[in-house]
Design a binder for this molecule. Structure first.
Ligand code: ADP
Length: 414
C-alpha cells in the first residue's frame, strides 16, 4: 500500500499557478484510488473531490470504462484517464497482433519504414498461432530461449522461460481440455541484455497521450530502471530472480532488502551510459527509444477510439540489449502509482502534477509549449525536432528528437 501519511514528504514542490487561480475556480474531480494520484488531485489549488455524477476530471477504473463510459453523457470540459479501447495497445496479445499487422502492411507496400518496426522480439499469440510458432521454433538454434507470458498478466505472474517445446506441454494440455486454458504470448527471449553490476534491468518510461488523432504524445524526463534480484546467467532458465525484473517478484526473495536499491533513477542510468559510451551513442539510443514510442503508437493510431474527453498516461517497459538496442516489453495502461519509497513517491507526484499541467483544465497554457514541467512533446501530428549543438564547429546545430530523458532538475522548474 501507499506510504502512510506521516512518512510522506512535507516539502513537496509548490503547486503550479498557485497565485493565478481565482478563488471562484472550482474543478471537481472523482478518484477511487487512494495512492499518489489522490494526493496530487487533493492538493491542487482550486480542485475539490466529489462522489457525484458532476465532475470535470475522473481518474476512472477500467471497470468504469467498460460499464459506464459509453452511457455517460459528456459535456465539453470533462476528462477521463483512459481511451475506450486502450487494450489494443496495452494487452500483450493485441500489441503483438497490431505490431505484426503494421509490419505486414509495410512489407506489402515495400515501405522503407519497415526497418523502424523491429522493436518487439519475435512473438506469437497462443493458442491461435501455436502451429505457426512450432514451425518458426524449428528454425531457431537449439539452445534459443523463449518466454511465455499470460496475455493479461502483470507483475511477472504466470511467466516462465523454456528451451524445449515439451516444456509448454502443461500449458497445451489445459488448452486441449479447454477448461482453464489461458491465452499466452510466447516471445523470443532477449538473452543478452545490457547488464549493470552483473544484473539485468528494464526501464519504465512515462508517456502521456492526449490524442490519437492527431497523434499527440509527451514523454517525461523521469522514470526508473528496475534490476533483477540475482546476477544474470542463462544457465538456469527456471530462476525468476535472475530473469524477471518485477519488484513484485524480487520482494518474494528470502533475502530481499528494500533498502538495497533495486531501482535506479533514469537520471542515474543516463549518466552511467554517458560515462561508458560516447555522447553520440547515448543520443542514438535516445533516438531509437523515441522511434520505439512513436511507432508503437502508430501501430494503434487508427484503431483507438479517439475522443477529446480521453487521455492516458502509459507506463512503457523497455529492455536494452548489450548493443543498447531498446526492446519494447509491454505498455501498461495503469502504471503503478503506489510509491515504494520516498524518492519513488516524489517522482510519481511530479509526473502526475506535470500531467495535470499539460491537460490544463485551469486554462493556463498557451498551447504551443514543447516542454511542460518534466514532459517533452515528442509528437504532435509530426515528430517534434529540436536543433541542438553538435560536435562539428562549422555546422553548429544538428536536428534531434525532443526527448531529454534523465534531465529533469527540480530546482530549475517552477
Ligand atoms: P508483466 O506484465 O507480468 O510485468 P512483462 O512483459 O513486463 O510482464 O515481463 C516481465 C519481466 O520479464 C520483464 O520485466 C523482463 O525482465 C522479463 N521479460 C519479458 N519479456 C522478455 C523478453 N522478451 N526478453 C527478456 N526478458 C523479458
Amino acid at each position: 500500500s501507499d506510504l502512510p501519511s506521516n512518512r510522506r514528504d512535507r516539502s513537496l514542490p509548490p503547486l503550479p499557478f498557485r497565485n493565478q487561480i481565482s478563488s471562484s475556480t472550482r474543478i471537481l474531480f472523482k478518484c477511487t484510488l487512494s495512492n499518489t494520484i489522490l494526493d496530487v488531485l487533493s492538493r491542487r489549488v482550486g480542485w475539490e473531490q466529489t462522489t457525484g455524477e458532476e465532475w470535470h476530471f475522473h481518474w476512472a477504473t477500467r471497470e468504469w470504462m467498460s460499464t459506464s463510459f459509453d452511457r455517460y453523457k459528456f459535456t465539453s470540459r470533462q476528462l477521463v484517464n483512459h481511451f475506450r479501447n486502450d487494450f489494443e495497445l496495452t494487452r500483450k496479445d493485441n500489441l503483438v497482433k497490431n505490431y505484426k499487422k503494421m509490419r505486414r502492411a509495410l512489407e506489402k507496400n515495400k515501405s522503407k519504414e519497415l526497418s523502424k518496426y523491429s522493436f518487439i522480439p519475435a512473438s506469437y499469440v497462443l493458442p491461435s498461432e501455436y502451429h505457426i510458432f512450432v514451425e518458426e521454433f524449428k528454425k531457431y538454434p537449439d539452445n534459443t530461449i523463449w518466454i511465455m507470458k499470460p496475455v493479461a498478466g502483470a507483475q511477472g505472474r504466470g511467466i516462465f522461460l523454456f528451451r524445449r517445446l515439451k516444456h509448454i506441454q502443461e500449458w497445451k494440455k489445459k488448452d486441449v481440455t479447454g477448461c482453464d486454458a489461458q491465452p499466452y504470448v510466447v516471445q523470443s527471449y532477449v538473452a543478452r541484455p545490457y547488464l549493470i553490476g552483473g544484473k539485468k534491468f528494464d526501464v519504465r518510461i512515462y508517456v502521456l497521450v492526449t490524442s490519437f488523432r492527431p497523434l499527440t504524445a509527451w514523454v517525461h524526463r523521469e522514470g526508473f530502471a528496475r534490476f533483477s534480484h540475482s546476477r544474470y546467467s542463462t544457465e538456469s532458465v527456471e530462476d525468476a530472480f535472475v530473469h524477471l525484473t518485477n519488484v513484485a517478484i524480487a520482494k518474494t526473495a528470502p533475502d530481499y532488502d528494500p533498502e538495497k536499491g533495486l531501482k535506479w533513477s533514469l537520471n542515474r542510468l543516463i549518466r552511467f551510459y554517458e560515462s561508458t559510451f560516447s555522447k553520440q551513442r547515448v543520443q542514438d539510443m535516445i533516438t531509437d527509444l523515441s522511434n520505439l514510442i512513436v511507432n508503437s503508437l502508430r501501430c494503434v493510431e487508427s484503431l483507438i477510439i479517439q475522443d477529446s474527453h480521453c487521455f492516458e498516461l502509459y507506463g512503457y517497459d523497455v529492455l536494452f540489449d548489450e548493443d543498447l538496442k531498446p526492446w519494447l516489453l509491454e505498455v501498461n495502461a495503469s502504471p503503478s502509482l503506489t510509491a515504494s519509497s520516498q524518492d519513488d513517491y516524489r517522482l510519481k507526484y511530479r509526473v502526475l502534477s506535470h500531467m495535470l499541467d499539460i491537460l490544463d483544465l485551469e486554462g493556463k497554457r498557451e498551447g504551443t509549449e514543447h516542454h511542460v514541467g518534466g514532459f517533452d512533446l515528442l509528437i504532435n501530428k509530426g515528430v517534434i525536432v529540436e536543433r541542438t549543438r553538435g560536435p562539428d564547429p562549422h555546422n553548429c546545430f544538428v536536428p534531434s528528437v525532443n526527448l531529454r530523458l534523465g534531465e529533469y532538475h527540480e530546482s530549475k522548474s517552477k
